[in-house]
Design a protein around this ligand. Sequence first.
Ligand SMILES: [Zn+2]
Length: 385
Amino acid sequence: MLGNSIRIARIGDIDVGVHYSWILVFLLVAWSLAVGLFPSQFPGISIGIYWIMGFGASLLLFVSVLIHELAHSFTAEARGLRVSSITLFIFGGVSNISGEPRSARDELLISAVGPASSLVLGGLLYVLWLALGAGGGPVEGVVLYLASINILLALFNLIPGFPLDGGRVLRAIVWWVSGSISTATRVAVASGSVVAFLFVLGGLFLLFNGAFISGVWLILIGWFLRTAADATGRESQATNWLRGVTVGRVMNPRPATVDPEESLAQLVHEHILRRSVRALPVVEGERLVGMVTLNEVRDIPKEQWETTPVRTVMMRVDDLRTVPPQQDLTTALRLLAEHDINQLPVVEDGRLVGLLSRSNVIRYIEVREELGAPPEEGEEGGRAA
Ligand SMILES: [Zn+2]
């Protein structure tokens, strides 16, 4: 879940939250509908009813955005990705999908299904409005408003700039054609920047022509798109850099280790303090038998450190998660994140061959980022399927 948001529901295994900014937008939309749009489009209704229509429509707008995001999320899950949460915020929603789609086809499906569902929903609501007699009463007014807002939602999201759905569709198509997700990401991010620039330009134009509020809105949207395009681009570039990289390439191949018969006092003074590490693999010869961290040491009273061997407090190897050196780095990262652990022993035939920690991975990404390194050969995985 994004920061500054409150959880309001759980649908399937997905947490749904709203960002605080959304509450303000909810009130603004209700207010502008009740005193502006509804009285001018559907005259002759009482002010109290306009307010009820305004709040009802604002709430159902929220449901529409949620349906759009659920369409993304359910499709992502059906294509094997994990979705932890959906956050609804000022300009719509964000589905928190972990990992990147495995193929261009998956990316295309996941990103196109959102606007498609909004379009279908808009169409159905329009048909409902016709079935209700196409009138201008309170219910018809809300239905017609929702029909048009869903269609607008679809069209806005289809603008071909990353990270909008249209930008993802563009990325999927370039990925499909070029076979390179890095190239596709660069194209989609660049196009996102152009779109953001056009929004700001349009906003300035309106501003100087007296349409102050609309101008500010466009500039805000442009600024938001620009920031989001940058962030999404960087994040997915990092994922691309990790694609096809093995644990063996990034791990520490000579981690500090400790013998199971050493005492906790030795462990603390000779290993933990001297090398400032928080976790050590416990090895007998070369064989991994367990792992010991500061947590296990802290549970034992200080007076007993001299007489307690590491073996009695360590986590046993059977209870540990380990990875082979050939393991794909993104899979290892997922293990680290899902089990909230900081390091994974790297094991081959029971022998400890290294230790993979989060900081190894972060350093690897930083170096790649600073070098602006192009992907190494064999890394352009995930060809179009
Ligand atoms: Zn979407």
